[in-house]
Ligand binder design. Structure first.
Ligand SMILES: [Zn+2]
Length: 253
């Protein structure tokens, strides 16, 4: 099924959200002839939120938009947001995973020639965040799953999974990628994650988020479910994770 919010409607609704929040809908740059939007608002713990880097995963964009429309107002006194609601509009418009140069944009974050990666590094370099959240979907799945990228023992993802499981189906078991009860297990390694990532050549956005915050999460909602369910799953993931970031901050001295 290819349900998606038409791109002009996404643009119109983002403009409306920005007006309501009293901030500009920034165009951070232009990639493949399309605008890369960014919204910055709020104060408190710093959260980087992104969606739509894969064009055939419209639920991430729909979830991000729904979050901005229905919940951003209530979090803005506690969370400082940096939101990139659709990172691959070229792909989104055409329902394609790849960008205008037919490469997977979510593997280019160490490629100095990639325009999206260059743009994001340039705009975000030197900033610190408390948490990064990247909203994706999986086209072949009928249940959701979650990755967590952190040096610490991962502790957000079970809570996020349990909250999401109350609104939509969990992927209980899969081998590509490996999923166990909605979670992608972490490999055990003696070397620190930061060191291991430096050796990796193909960086997804989650690694940039980890680099800037030390803690990133990737949500994968199932394209085989209706868009309305996936949207609700994404919004649930975002607000549950935000609650955890605030709780973590409150417990720090
Ligand atoms: Zn994806």
């Amino acid at each position: 099924m290819d349900e998606r919010i038409a791109w002009p409607e996404v643009q119109e609704r983002l403009s409306r959200v920005a007006r309501r929040l009293g901030v500009p809908l920034e165009t951070a740059g232009v990639v493949d002839g399309e605008p890369i939007y960014r919204l910055r608002f709020g104060r408190g713990v710093r959260v980087l939120l992104a969606a739509g880097i894969h064009g055939e995963e419209p639920g991430g964009v729909a979830g991000c938009l729904a979050f901005l429309e229905t919940e951003a107002e209530q979090w803005r006194e506690r969370v400082q947001f940096d939101v990139w609601p659709c990172l691959n509009p070229f792909g989104y418009i055409r329902g394609l995973r790849h960008n205008g140069r037919d490469v997977d944009p979510n593997r280019q974050f160490r490629n100095p020639e990639d325009p999206l990666s260059t743009l994001m590094w340039e705009k975000l370099q030197g900033q610190r965040f408390d948490f990064g959240l990247d909203l994706h979907e999986d086209s072949d799945f009928s249940g959701f799953y979650i990755y967590e990228t952190t040096e610490e023992a991962p502790w957000f993802r079970r809570t996020v999974r349990d909250a999401m499981a109350r609104v939509g189906p969990v992927c209980e078991w899969a081998d590509e990628p490996t999923v166990r009860h909605g979670l992608v297990p972490r490999g055990r390694a003696a070397t620190p994650l930061r060191e291991r990532l430096q050796k990796r050549r193909l960086w997804p956005l989650a690694f940039l988020m980890f680099d800037l915050s030390g803690h990133a999460m990737t949500i994968e909602t199932p394209v085989l479910q209706p868009l309305a369910v996936r949207t609700l799953l994404q919004v649930t993931a975002v607000h549950t994770a935000l609650g955890l970031v605030l709780k973590q901050r409150a417990s720090q001295p």
